[in-house]
Design a protein around this ligand. Structure first.
Ligand code: FEO
Length: 405
C-alpha cells in the first residue's frame, strides 16, 4: 500500500498523511458537493509525531502514507486536536498499530476520547499553553474551546511557525492539490464560506475570542494546515482567510436578500417572484432559492452573506411545508445574526404555515417587516402588487440597517 498511498511533503520534515474522501456527499446534514479531505500530519523529529488521524475507513491509507516515509512504529507522540470522529475514527486502531509513547489531547479532549473509545486508555491531557518536546522540534498547544467542539485545540510547530488548526480555516473540498495557492481563490472562498456557515456560524463569539487569544499570544504563522481542505503557505492567503473569519463572525448586513420558498401548485412561487422584483426595485440584491432545487446547507451559506431572509411556505394540513420546516430548524440552530426578513405564502383553508414561519423567524431575532403576506389559493394582480410592495419594504429596511452599521 505504501507504494500507492504516499505522503506529501509540506515543508522540511513535515508531511501530509491524510485521506481524500472523493465520494462524501453528506457530512451530518451538510451537502458536501465536492467531497472532503481528512488531513493528518507527520512531523519528523528526534521523536516523531502524528497530528490527528482520519475517519475510520481510511486508516490503512493513513498508515500507508506514513510508511511511505518512515516505519509507523517510529511514531512516538500522537496528538488529537479534536475528538469528532472524522479525525479520530481510527485513533484506537492507529494507537494499537503504532504503540506510541504518548497520546495527548486537551483536558476536554482526553475526557471526550474516553467517552468515544472507552477501551482506549492512557490518553494524556495537556494544559492550555503546554509544550511537548520532540527533541529538536517543539509542539505547543492552544485550547480553542467550541472551535469546533469543547475539546478542540490547536497545535503549533514552533520551529516552523506551522499551525495545525484542526477544523478552523478548513473546508470540505476533495482535491489532490495540497496547497491553496494552487487552486482558484473563488473556489476556496465558496467552500470556506460554506464550511463556516454550516459548521461554525453558531460559534462566532467563541471564534472571535479565539482569534483575539491567538493574536495576544503573538504567534506568527508561516503555514496554516487545517484538518479539511488545502493548506495555506503564503502570508497573503493566511491574512485573507483570517480576515474572512473576522468578516463572517461580524455578519455585517449587506444588501443581499435571500428568498427561500417551496410551493405546492405554484402560488407561493409566484409570490416569491414578485417579492424578488420588489427587492430589486428597492436596491437589494435578491437570491431566490426554491427548496426543490436548493439544499439546506446552500441556503445557510447564502444567508451568511445576506442582510435579509424572506421565507415563503404553502400551508399543508395546517402546517408549514415540510421542506420549509427542515430549513428553518437548521437555520435556527445555526443562529445567523443581524438579519431583517419577512414571511409569505399561499393557503387554502387557513394560513397557519405563514404564521409558523413568522414565529420562528421572530425567535431567530430576524427583524420582521410586515405581518406575513398570506394569499388565499392563487394570487391575483393585487396580491402580486402586495408581494412586490413587501419586497420594496424589505429593501428599504435593509438600506436603513446597512446605513446604520
Ligand atoms: Fe472535522 Fe468538527 O470535525
Amino acid at each position: 500500500m505504501k507504494d500507492v498511498f504516499k505522503a506529501q511533503k509540506i515543508t522540511e520534515g513535515v508531511y501530509w498523511v491524510g485521506a481524500i474522501d472523493w465520494g462524501l456527499r453528506d457530512f451530518h446534514g451538510y451537502a458536501t458537493h465536492r467531497g472532503s479531505t481528512y488531513n493528518a500530519y507527520l512531523v519528523l523529529a528526534d521523536k516523531v509525531a502524528l497530528i490527528d488521524t482520519v475517519k475510520a475507513p481510511f486508516k490503512d491509507e493513513l498508515l500507508a502514507r506514513v510508511a511511505s516515509v518512515i516505519d509507523p512504529k517510529k511514531i512516538s507522540v500522537i496528538v488529537s486536536n479534536h475528538t469528532e470522529m472524522d479525525h479520530t475514527g481510527c485513533l484506537p486502531e492507529v494507537i494499537e498499530a503504532v504503540e506510541p509513547e504518548r497520546v495527548v489531547a486537551s483536558k476536554n479532549g482526553a475526557a471526550a476520547l474516553a467517552q468515544h473509545f472507552p477501551a482506549t486508555t492512557g490518553i494524556e491531557a495537556v494544559e492550555d499553553g503546554a509544550t511537548v518536546s520532540l527533541g529538536n522540534r517543539t509542539l505547543s498547544f492552544v485550547e480553542t474551546k467550541m472551535v469546533h467542539w469543547p475539546d478542540s485545540m490547536l497545535s503549533y510547530l514552533v520551529e516552523e511557525k506551522l499551525l495545525f488548526s484542526q477544523d478552523a480555516f478548513g473546508m470540505h473540498l476533495a482535491t489532490s492539490e495540497l496547497f491553496g495557492d494552487n487552486l482558484p481563490r473563488a473556489l476556496l472562498e465558496d467552500e470556506a464560506a460554506k464550511y463556516f456557515a454550516n459548521i461554525l456560524m453558531p460559534l462566532t463569539s467563541f471564534i472571535t475570542k479565539t482569534l483575539e487569544k491567538v493574536q495576544a499570544l503573538g504567534l506568527e504563522f508561516r503555514i496554516v494546515a487545517p484538518d479539511h481542505g488545502p493548506i495555506y503557505r503564503r502570508d497573503e492567503e493566511i491574512q485573507w482567510i483570517v480576515g474572512k473569519y473576522a468578516e463572517w463572525c461580524a455578519q455585517k448586513p449587506t444588501m443581499k436578500a435571500v428568498v427561500v420558498y417551496d410551493t405546492m401548485w405554484g402560488s407561493t412561487e409566484r409570490l416569491a417572484r414578485a417579492i424578488s422584483e420588489g427587492l430589486k426595485a428597492g436596491g437589494a440584491e435578491p437570491e431566490v432559492m426554491p427548496l426543490r432545487g436548493c439544499h439546506r446547507s446552500d441556503v445557510a451559506t447564502a444567508v451568511l452573506g445576506a442582510g435579509a431572509l424572506v421565507m415563503g411556505t404553502p400551508t399543508l394540513n395546517g402546517m408549514m411545508f415540510p421542506t420549509v420546516a427542515d430549513v428553518l430548524t437548521y437555520l435556527q440552530g445555526l443562529k445567523p445574526q443581524n438579519k431583517v426578513g419577512a414571511a409569505f405564502g399561499s393557503y387554502g383553508w387557513g394560513p397557519a404555515g405563514v404564521k409558523q414561519v413568522q414565529e420562528i423567524l421572530g425567535a431567530m431575532k430576524v427583524e420582521l417587516v410586515g405581518d406575513g403576506l398570506k394569499v388565499k389559493y392563487v394570487p391575483d394582480e393585487k396580491d402580486l402588487e402586495a408581494a412586490h410592495a413587501l419586497g420594496l419594504a424589505v429593501a428599504e429596511k435593509l438600506k436603513a440597517v446597512c446605513t446604520k452599521s
